[in-house]
Design a binder for this molecule. Structure first.
Ligand SMILES: [Zn+2]
Length: 112
């Protein structure tokens, strides 16, 4: 995943609001996923806010089944992906995804 991984952890820090010392960039585990953030030696952890918000949205969408309508462009059937799924999964127009037939009624889309 791009982001802070490009930086060396010792160059990526913030001042800890709890103890006033430096909290350094780290990968933090939250709700079964890993996101970027900062970790202080005092034990305080700070989540990268945009990634944290996206993770919350993803977890909310996991339990929801959304009805969408199939359309057609020339000879191809198309599925319209709702905006909130686009944003939560950071899907981009033109991006390639994998489609897998699971059963007669189930199709799985795998984003890269
Ligand atoms: Zn601290």
């Amino acid at each position: 995943m791009p982001g802070f991984s490009k930086m060396k952890d010792n160059e990526n820090w913030m001042i800890c609001a709890r103890c006033g010392k430096k909290a350094y960039g780290a990968r933090l585990r939250i709700q079964g996923s890993e996101i970027d953030g900062w970790k202080c030696k005092c034990g305080e952890e700070y989540l990268e806010p945009i990634q944290a918000e996206r993770l919350l949205l993803q977890n909310k969408l996991k339990s929801a089944a959304l009805e969408v309508k199939l359309g057609r462009i020339r000879s191809n059937l198309i599925v319209r992906i709702p905006k909130r799924i686009e944003e939560a999964l950071e899907l981009k127009s033109g991006e390639k995804v994998m489609l897998k037939v699971i059963s007669e009624k189930k199709l799985e889309m795998i984003a890269k």
